[in-house]
Write a protein that binds this ligand. Structure first.
Ligand SMILES: Nc1ncnc2c1ncn2[C@@H]1O[C@H](COP(=O)(O)OP(=O)(O)OP(=O)(O)O)[C@@H](O)[C@H]1O
Ligand SMILES: [Mg+2]
Length: 360
């Protein structure tokens, strides 16, 4: 089983030692999900704009994009929750518009908002779902036992859900979403709002579950590191459009330059960005404010040497310097012209006004 490319400069990665079982993309494998030229309009506004992709059986497929990109809207259409304006989606060969019930039987869905009942115990939350999905009584206990074990909540089965941490509650909801043995599992931002340790626990758990249950997983996220570690292939969506789709390594290889130098200088002169651009092998330079520059280069060590020599020669002190391999952040900038983190900050700072005429 191939280990992921360990290309970050982070010395200690929380994922070291874990094997998430990345599958090799096989274009001839049967499709679990197919989306063809799908569009969702809300009045004049196009939330999803002519998106097509296919997810192969057994893949972990990531939909990556900033707030408002259209990720949840795509999931809602694929999972029969909202009507499709045009185009089509099918789940294991069932057209979601024509055979919604057949499609629904194949899927488990973890929506973006937490939905477990706080007043029930962990086991009661599982039980209710099992009954709702007609899991035969004699299978219920076994399935619940197995799933609670998989998400490491066995000893919490009698605890009230309101006493769980956010990460544990998310794990409970993931276990609950699998109680009827779906083949295709949709997770909408399962780790947003979790602390880094809980996020890693959720990733590892998803990797284990996928192996045990032979699932196809479609997951949305705006965490680049998560998509990079977890997904076999990633679709980057922005403003409702699909802007790139490939394996994480191939996406990174598609960006000109193979290293990123992040350097902070004290009082750099006005033409510093231009000067950085003039160094050998540099393909792009971004000024991030406060004397911080992000430099993409095809040769990290040569550019670093030249950069330091230039700074010494110009008496511009270097406050910090790091060299990394290209990340999915750089892929996002390359395909959208913007930093994902800026987009996320903007979205958090902006309180959405009430929209008139909301419609499904
Ligand atoms: N019911 C609705 N009526 C009108 N506009 C909507 C509705 N639902 C979503 N939108 C708009 O469609 C766009 C896509 O929203 P969506 O929730 O799919 O984004 P997202 O990628 O899931 O974002 P987030 O990361 O914030 O969850 C946004 O601009 C959103 O405001
Ligand atoms: Mg969403």
């Amino acid at each position: 089983m191939a280990r992921r490319d360990s290309n970050s400069t982070t010395a200690i990665s929380p994922m070291n030692g874990a094997d998430l079982g990345r599958a090799v993309y096989d274009p001839t494998a049967p499709s679990a999900i197919e989306v063809e030229r799908i569009v969702k309009k809300y009045g004049e506004f196009t939330a999803v704009d002519d998106v097509s992709f296919a997810v192969k059986e057994g893949e972990i497929f990531g939909l990556l994009g900033p707030n408002g990109a259209g990720k949840s809207t795509l999931i809602r259409m694929m999972t029969t929750l909202i009507p499709i304006t045009s185009g089509r989606a099918s789940i294991a060969g069932h057209d979601v518009a024509k055979e919604p019930n057949a499609a629904r039987r194949m899927i488990g869905v973890i929506p973006q908002a937490l939905t477990s009942d706080l007043d029930l115990t962990v086991e009661e939350n599982m039980e209710i779902y099992a009954k709702l999905y007609d899991v035969p009584a004699k299978e219920r206990k076994h399935s619940i036992d197995e799933l609670l074990e998989l998400v490491d909540l066995t000893k919490w089965r009698d605890a009230a859900t309101k006493t769980l941490s956010g990460g544990m509650r998310r794990r409970l909801e993931i276990a609950r979403g699998l109680v009827h043995h779906p083949r295709i599992f949709f997770l909408d931002e399962p780790t947003t709002g979790l602390d880094p340790v809980s996020r890693v626990a959720v990733w590892e758990m998803l990797g284990n579950i996928k192996e045990r249950r032979q699932l196809t997983i479609l997951i949305t996220t705006h965490y680049m590191d998560e998509a990079d570690r977890l997904c076999d292939r990633i679709a980057i969506v922005d403003h409702g459009k699909l802007v790139a789709l490939d394996a994480p390594m191939a996406l990174k290889a598609s960006v000109p330059g193979s290293n990123v130098i992040e350097a902070q200088f004290e009082n750099p002169p006005a033409d510093w960005e231009q000067k950085l651009h003039g160094l050998d092998d540099v393909t792009s330079v971004q000024h991030e404010g406060a004397g911080m520059y992000r430099v993409l280069t095809g040769n990290g060590s040569r550019t670093t040497t030249q950069l330091v020599e230039m700074a010494v020669g110009a008496s511009v002190p270097v406050k910090s310097l790091s060299v990394q391999n290209t990340t999915l952040d750089d892929v996002f900038v390359h395909y959208t012209g913007r930093q994902l983190r800026d987009e996320l900050q903007k979205a958090y700072a902006f309180v959405m006004p009430q929209r008139p005429g909301l419609q499904p």
